[in-house]
Design a binder for this molecule. Structure first.
Ligand SMILES: [Fe+2]
Ligand SMILES: [Fe+2]
Length: 187
């Protein structure tokens, strides 16, 4: 096992069904509107796109490790869209001064405009900033994303120069996966 694929517990990070993850997350990642998140920085050198992929992947990994029964599709889609606020929050603009408090609402508004969401996916997005936003997660999936987001945000802030942890190397894997889907003959 190479060191840079290790998770926080020192073990290789792999989901039980990696293909399922790419299929569900890829459904969001392939959307041109979601592609805009590649242009916005979340923390350090990590784009919102890479952050969303990492949070979605780590949420699934946590569910498996903790043995929490979840709806994988809604967990992954909600996590992918949890920061779909579509602006540069660190640009110092006055409108983003209260980003920490307001962006979950903005992400939900954008996500409802661009995707068809289930109530659980809406809850995941709306509640991910607990306890900064006072409403606690209403479902297991929302609690997992809320936790995974905090771990990933701390990781990004602490690793501003390079992010070798596997959840942060998924962007390339996703690009390759999406390319394969385009190339595969449909019949
Ligand atoms: Fe957020
Ligand atoms: Fe986030």
């Amino acid at each position: 096992m190479s060191h840079d694929t290790a998770g926080p517990d020192g073990r290789e990070m792999r989901l039980a069904d990696e293909e399922e993850f790419f299929q569900i997350a890829g459904g969001i990642a392939a959307s041109p509107s979601f592609g805009r998140t590649k242009q916005h920085i979340q923390h350090g050198r990590t784009s919102v796109y890479a952050h969303a992929l990492a949070v979605a992947y780590y949420s699934c990994w946590l569910a498996e490790k903790l043995g929490v029964k979840v709806n994988k599709r809604e967990l992954i889609r909600g996590a992918m869209l949890h920061d779909y606020f579509l602006y540069d929050w660190a640009d110092g603009g006055d409108g983003h001064k209260w980003h920490g408090f307001t962006h979950a609402g903005k992400a939900l508004e954008n996500a409802k405009r661009d995707f068809i969401l289930t109530p659980l996916e809406e809850d995941i997005i709306a509640r991910h900033m607990f306890p900064l936003n006072l409403h606690p997660p209403g479902h297991r999936e929302s609690a997992l994303v809320c936790m995974a987001d905090k771990v990933c945000s701390a990781y990004e802030t602490a690793h501003r120069k390079s992010t070798p942890w596997r959840p942060y190397r998924l962007e390339e894997e996703m690009e390759a996966w999406l390319k394969r889907q385009d190339e595969e003959p449909t019949n």
